[in-house]
Design a protein around this ligand. Structure first.
Ligand code: ADP
Ligand code: MG
Length: 701
């Protein structure tokens, strides 16, 4: 088929008028034939069986019945009304019920004609009903394309309310197949199809929408998933190749005084092997003439900060400036203090820039940056503002990147005429294969080793009923000179409730731990930044023993003397968040503890999360469990990453397909980097159609 055909607006499809076209666009983002063809079903229903009403059981199953509507009435109920149709066959009767789209049904339904209805069966006392059934006149049903498995397409309330039911979607797709004569172009080379035993593109599309059998459906799914992932990988690999070969970077070819003197005289501890390895990787990157774009993964407490600093020293050694950005003011402040301590006695100028930096100071800072007097700028998003200009920014480090969007990252590129090297640090571990597909265009370094002497944190799960015991434990720890975090959930939807929980908790803690023996800090989102910082600092300085807080302390905060983390309503936190919170303790020499408090009511997922936390401290293992529980949707960056608008594949469930797709994409580019060989023209064509940024070939060839 002419690929332009796939670009044809949906209004030109028979059965789609301007109204439907508009609704399809607003609800499912579909505008063209191609979009509709790629609206893949979420699931399939087996419609090989027809039931009689007297065969119905209270099983909650979706079933298919043939019969007639003999009566239609509207029933008033507490809120609104419902439409009820009496549906009969030769064995009995049941009610069809609508709560929505009643007008449309009323106007379109035909009494006393044979219908095939399909839907879930409910049982009330002794009679059955079927809410919002799918309906089709028996005549149409018999004339329709015979399918054994009925696809269920993604839908929205508005779609079904405006009459664009699953049935209608299916009909439209049928129409699309008729109008295009299913003349869809193959996108894989013969060799690849043969080697992987893939079915053809046409067969795959046909069987994904109108499966002839379970077996063919599986084959269709595999083929389309593989195809999708393969082309994503191809794009990522190409992007990376372009960056490596075409985008000039600033060559940091010197390892000079700053780096060496720091290494010799200022390093407060011996680097772990992982830290050394990663610094070497980064040095190699920045020393080459390509721009670095590297993701540094390291579990909480693995010592990413010192790595960042040493890389910044390399920048300074090569007469460039560096900046370090953190997602919150508290963190930026902490980094600033930490870095200043580390380089004390060295002629390095560091400054802090955040939203609350005073105007006069700001102006001074801007000048210092522009004339090159300032070596390192630490800050929040404020660093990205256009007014902030560097003399020559060589390296930008972004800490905890999941709070920064891609757009913000790209702003950094324009802070210098040649883009600075970029190092993104994250403590959210992502399994490696997944990382490759999310950030396939980035290089990845991993610190997979904690500094020596760390005692692993002991984690326990306690029910609220055991609170007094927990309080006693806290008192013992405080007696030993330790500090305690007590964290409450903060979930946007019920902010008021959360706030109340926090305050109630605070009060009971204040009663249990009274002044003057105990000092308590409290930090939450409703406080002014200045008050927050004040409370935080009291805790950092050890003036308070207990920090009661919402999750604002989640990332990065470093108080080595704090050895107990108590997480209230732990069942309400996600796994990675629990792991991040736990990482706030275990930073000093003492044995640390994490206590997960919950009520007795726990869902299965919550139980799995709690058990996982108790079982392991390994961030990567936790990330794997988290992915299985939640899917990749929430992973950092995935939402912004347009590449990952996957239509059919699931990067977690289809991980094995992903690996294979990546492997074959690498092989292909190895054999034919510019896809010039005649046998690869099909792939090249498909690829070119996919990639919006056509310039990509300009770079490559
Ligand atoms: P994160 O990776 O979570 O940002 P940090 O850089 O904050 O970790 O380091 C956590 C703590 O470990 C800091 O107190 C830091 O000084 C210390 N640290 C880092 N590297 C080492 C090391 N090689 N040996 C001993 N302590 C280290
Ligand atoms: Mg950190």
């Amino acid at each position: 088929m002419n690929p332009n055909y796939l670009q044809t607006p949906l209004v030109y499809l028979k059965g789609v008028g301007p109204n439907r076209a508009e609704t399809l666009k607003s609800e499912l983002g579909m505008e063209t034939f191609g979009d509709l063809l790629q609206l893949f079903p979420n699931r399939y229903l087996d419609k090989t069986q027809y039931y009689k009403i007297n065969q119905l059981r209270d099983s909650g199953a979706d079933v298919q019945i043939t019969g007639k509507i003999i009566h239609l009435k509207t029933v008033e109920q507490k809120r609104g009304k419902r439409l009820v149709a009496t549906f009969v066959d030769d064995t009995g009767q049941l009610d069809l019920v609508w709560f929505r789209s009643q007008k449309w049904i009323r106007e379109n339904i035909k009494l006393n004609e044979f219908y095939v209805v399909f839907g879930r069966i409910n049982k009330y006392s002794s009679s059955f009903s079927m809410p919002h059934p799918e309906m089709e006149l028996l005549t149409e049903h018999q004339a329709g394309l015979k399918i054994n498995m009925q696809p269920i397409y993604p839908s929205t309330e508005k779609l079904s309310n405006s009459g664009i039911t699953n049935k209608v979607i299916s009909k439209l797709i049928q129409q699309l197949f008729i109008e295009t004569k299913a003349d869809f172009e193959e996108t894989f080379s013969k060799a690849l199809l043969d080697e992987l035993k893939l079915i053809s593109k046409v067969d795959a599309l046909l069987n994904i929408h109108f499966p002839k059998s379970q077996e063919l459906l599986t084959k269709a799914q595999f083929r389309l998933k593989f195809e999708e992932l393969f082309f994503v990988q191809l794009q990522l690999l190409n992007k990376k190749a372009i960056r490596k070969h075409k985008i000039k970077g600033l060559p940091f070819d010197q390892v000079g005084e700053y780096f060496n003197i720091f290494f010799k005289n200022h390093l407060p501890f011996e680097l772990t092997n992982a830290q050394k390895r990663v610094i070497k990787e980064i040095r190699n990157d920045m020393g080459s003439s390509a721009q670095m774009n590297r993701l540094l993964q390291g579990d909480v407490g693995s010592g990413k900060t010192i790595v960042a600093l040493m890389c910044m020293l390399l920048a300074i050694d090569n007469d460039y400036q560096a900046c370090l950005m953190a997602p919150t003011e508290i963190l930026a402040q902490q980094h600033y203090n930490g870095l200043k301590d580390l380089v004390q006695g060295m002629p390095i100028k560091i400054a802090l820039l955040t939203g609350s930096t005073k105007k006069s100071e700001r102006t001074f800072l801007h000048n210092q940056l522009e004339n090159g007097n300032l070596n390192i700028l630490v800050g929040t998003h404020a660093v990205l503002e256009d007014k902030v200009q560097f003399k020559n920014l060589g390296l930008a480090v972004i800490d905890e990147q999941h709070r920064f969007g891609v757009a913000q990252r790209s702003k950094l590129w324009h802070k210098n005429s040649i883009p600075p090297h970029i190092l993104v640090m994250t403590a959210t571990p992502i399994p490696r294969t997944l990382a490759m597909s999310l950030y396939g265009d980035l290089d990845i370094s991993v610190i997979d080793e904690l500094p020596p002497g760390r005692k692993s944190i002991k984690t326990v799960h306690r029910y609220d009923a055991n609170r007094l015991k927990v309080f006693r434990f806290i008192k013992d720890e405080i007696k030993k000179g330790r500090q305690i975090y007590i964290v409450y959930p903060l979930i946007q939807e019920s902010e008021a409730l959360d706030y109340k929980d926090l305050m109630d908790g605070y009060e009971s803690i204040a009663r249990e731990f009274p002044l003057p023996d105990y000092q308590i800090s409290i930090v939450h989102g409703k406080m002014k930044p200045r008050d927050k910082d004040y409370e935080m600092e009291r805790f950092v300085r050890g003036e308070t023993q207990i920090m009661v807080a919402t999750t604002v302390i989640e990332v990065g905060v470093n108080v080595p003397n704090a050895s107990v983390m108590i997480i209230e309503s732990a069942e309400r936190f996600g796994l990675s968040q629990l792991h991040q919170l736990r990482g706030r303790v275990g930073r000093g020499a003492e044995q640390s503890f994490c206590i997960l408090m919950t009520s007795h009511k726990l869902s299965n997922d919550s139980k799995t999360r709690l058990e996982t936390m108790v079982r392991t401290n390994d961030g990567f293992e936790i990330a794997e469990v988290d992915l299985k529980l939640r899917g990749p949707g929430d992973l950092m960056g995935t939402k912004q990453s347009g590449l990952l608008n996957l239509k059919i594949a699931d990067i977690v469930k289809d991980n094995h397909i992903l690996k294979s797709a990546r492997y074959y994409a690498i092989q292909l580019l190895k054999a034919d980097p510019k896809l010039e060989l005649p046998q690869h023209q099909v792939i090249r064509k498909a690829y070119t159609n996919l990639v919006k940024d056509k310039a990509i070939w300009g770079y490559i060839s």
